[in-house]
Design a protein around this ligand. Structure first.
Ligand code: C2E
Ligand code: MG
Ligand code: MG
Length: 698
């Protein structure tokens, strides 16, 4: 029967279409070629494409020979596909050690492929004869052929059974392992494939009159894999995106940690400025750059004056708070001109580049300008917690010209200049000069010697009378003296500031107070008429101690003296720190009956501003005013101070009166008391008794 050319053709074109799709899938699957699953799948697709063409040719075969050729192609392709399918399912379900099995199957099915090729009609049939064509309901006619099955063909089919069973087990395990979607899709394909194989057997045995469906079943696998590939790609790109985000996050975290580590290693934790490590690193760079460019570097060492006393008296929290604010102000004043760092505690350093060719005087001018800017920035009051603090700084400057190696020397020079600035009092700026080295060495000797001075009994007190207008002794001032075994006589004007910086002022001050009180007691008991009281100089740092009032009280009790026999002399600098606390302490002392004098009046800062707040008995006009009292201006000034003191109800002592003329002028101006070489220099106990014996009595 000839096929009806007008009939609808579905099955044959469908096979060709499936072949096309299979070849297309073979190529597309190569997108995932790195994975074994896709490589195996790609080969499967190629072979299946071949079976589809074979099947289509079978249906259109006009002769037995044509049918035999198409069956051979079809069977050969199926035989080739089995090991690939095995490999694919194995890889798909993550079967381990699949390679030897795959190799075994390749050998067996390879032999079968060869056998199929050699046999006249192929492996399926012994012989072939044309049967009645199959006419499908829509009129399409498919050629059909029949023949006897071969034993080897049956063997090949039986071989497929254990593979299918294994595939089913793998699919189940895969499902149990959590790959549900993949396992279900594979399961569907397997079910379809098995069903289509059974369907094919029924057709072969003439039980069913239908076209073969095995080729179409494989299309299901292609669909499965395409969907899987798509989902895989989506999932992988999501994973990639996720991994990328993770990576970015962890990189950011790592970078932040590294940055923080770097910050910690190179930043001072208190002030937030670059620390000593950073300074070292930067200094090497700056020295090398300066050497290369033949430029100079100014090194400015800035050290807060008496900062240790803030820590001692108010605690480290307040000290750190103050340092933080100081650093902030310094940074602002520096305005990026110099490299600024903290060397630990209250020591700061600024390194300023001076361009090549700048004359030495201009270089010094620039460095001094920066130094005074930095100092100036500290001028205003600092509010730390409830405390109102004032602090100043001394600056040492040294210039670096030369190689990196000499950098350390420059640093040391700046340090010497800074010590010298400190020795000169507060707020000084000093530029290094070679002769400074000597001054610094002496300073260090004093510093070391002072420690032992007390134990060795090298400290003694001298007393200087304060006399009234009629030259009667009104009171005494106790002044400490140091007769050093190594350095000879050292003036308190030199060693007291050093002791204040090192903290030695506390034991020394306590000793002075105790010795003076003991002397008052002794004189009182032996009837020496030394006047109303003995004045003892108090360092600002003693007054800042919480226990100071108790310490004074204990000395009074210990030596059995009246509070009114003791006067404490404080300087204005005492009040610069922590004004409220100091005023409070002075009030407590006055309440005990102890007298208080403001020493060196006129040399401090903004004296008039808080003079009325201070609980005072006496004002001591500094010697610098008395020296100039011969001038009209000086006279006016001292007259003004005397009037003001009278107005405030304070008695006035003029310090450093050396001549009768000065004495006369002071008397005219209404100054009640004078102290100075004119009346009597500071003397020891013996000389003092002589003086008192000679002085007028009432
Ligand atoms: P100050 O308390 O103002 O003491 C007065 C200083 O002037 C003393 O110097 C005294 O010897 C000196 N002086 C007295 N009359 C004259 C004079 O007519 N002409 C001149 N040129 N000088 C005169 P000194 O003893 O060298 O003491 C210097 C400073 O050292 C004192 O100044 C005081 O601030 C401090 N000081 C002395 N002893 C102590 C002490 O025991 N404790 C503390 N914290 N400071 C002390
Ligand atoms: Mg004094
Ligand atoms: Mg004085």
């Amino acid at each position: 029967m000839l096929p009806d050319p007008s009939a609808l053709a579905i099955v044959i074109p469908a096979h060709y279409a499936c072949a096309g799709v299979a070849f297309f899938c073979a190529v597309v699957a190569l997108v995932g070629y790195q994975r074994l699953t896709y490589r195996a799948f790609s080969i499967c697709c190629l072979c299946v494409g071949g079976t589809q063409i074979g099947q289509a040719e079978y249906y259109t075969a006009q002769t037995v020979e044509q049918a035999a050729a198409s069956i051979k192609l079809q069977t050969g392709m199926w035989l080739l596909v089995i090991p690939q399918l095995f490999l694919f399912i194995g890889a798909y379900t993550r079967q381990v050690r699949i390679a030897p099995w795959y190799a075994g199957l390749c050998v067996v099915f390879g032999v079968l492929v060869v056998a199929n090729w050699m046999m006249p009609v192929g492996l399926r049939f012994e012989s072939l004869r044309m049967a009645d064509p199959l006419v499908l309901p829509w009129g399409e006619t498919l050629a059909r052929f029949q023949g006897e099955s071969t034993a080897i063909g049956t063997f090949a089919r039986l071989l497929i059974v254990p593979i299918v069973v294994w595939a089913a087990i793998r699919t189940w395990r895969h499902y149990r392992a959590g790959y549900r979607r993949a396992a279900i899709l594979l399961g569907i394909y397997l079910a379809l494939q098995v069903a289509s194989m059974v369907h094919g057997r029924l057709i072969d045995h003439g039980i069913l009159q239908s076209f073969y469906s095995a080729g179409f079943a494989f299309m299901a696998l292609m669909l499965v894999m395409s969907v899987n590939l798509l989902l895989d790609l989506v999932q992988r790109s999501a994973q990639l995106k996720h991994a990328l985000t993770d990576l970015q996050a962890s990189t950011a975290l790592r970078e932040a940690a590294e940055h923080r580590e770097h910050e910690l290693a190179f930043t001072d934790t208190v002030t937030g400025l670059p620390n000593r490590n950073k300074f070292r690193e930067e200094a090497l760079r700056l020295f090398a750059a300066a050497h290369h460019e033949k430029s100079d570097l100014a090194i400015l060492l800035l050290d807060l004056d008496h900062f240790r006393h803030v820590n001692d008296a108010l605690g480290h929290d307040v000290g750190n708070g103050l340092l933080r604010q100081v650093a902030g102000r310094l940074t602002q004043a520096n305005a990026g001109q110099a490299f600024l760092a903290n060397l630990g505690g209250d020591g700061f350093i600024a390194m300023l580049n001076i361009p090549a060719g700048t004359p030495a005087e201009e270089a010094e001018m620039r460095a001094r300008a920066l130094a005074s800017n930095l100092q100036g920035a500290l001028a205003g009051e600092f509010a730390v917690g409830t405390h109102r603090l004032h602090i100043a700084a001394s600056v040492g400057i040294a210039f670096h010209r030369g190689s990196v190696e000499t950098g350390y020397t420059t640093f040391k020079n700046a340090e010497m200049a800074m010590y010298e600035a400190k020795a000169r009092g507060r707020r000084a700026i000093r530029v290094f000069q070679p002769q400074l080295a000597e001054a610094v060495a002496r300073r260090l000797r004093i510093q070391d010697g002072l420690r032992a001075a007390q134990q060795r009994g090298e400290l003694v007190l001298e007393y200087q009378p304060v006399v009234a207008a009629d030259l009667r002794t009104a009171s005494l001032e106790a002044l400490v003296r140091w007769h050093s075994a190594e350095l000879g006589r050292v003036s308190p004007a030199e060693f007291v500031p050093i002791a204040e910086q090192t903290g030695d002022i506390h034991p020394i001050g306590a000793w002075v107070l105790d010795t003076a009180c003991a002397q008052i007691g002794a004189w009182t008991r032996s009837g020496v008429r030394f006047g109303a009281h003995v004045a003892v100089n108090i360092s600002p740092w003693q007054l800042m101690q919480d226990e100071f009032v108790a310490q004074v009280q204990a000395a009074l009790v210990r030596h059995g003296i009246q509070p009114g026999q003791l006067m404490l002399e404080v300087t204005e600098s005492a009040l610069l720190f922590n004004l409220e606390d100091c005023i409070e302490r002075l009030h407590q002392l006055r309440d005990l009956g102890i007298k208080v004098a403001l020493d060196d009046f006129g040399t401090g800062y903004s004296s008039l501003h808080y003079l009325h707040q201070l609980p005072l008995d006496t004002l001591k006009i500094d010697r610098t005013f008395i020296v100039r009292i011969g001038d009209a201006d000086g006279r006016l000034l001292v007259g003004g101070i005397v009037n003001m003191a009278a107005h405030l109800g304070l008695s006035v002592v003029a310090e450093g009166v050396e001549t009768a003329a000065q004495c006369d002028i002071l008397r005219e101006l209404g100054c009640h008391y004078i102290q100075g070489y004119f009346a009597c220099p500071p003397v020891g106990d013996g000389a003092l008794r002589d003086f008192l014996a000679r002085s007028p009595r009432d």
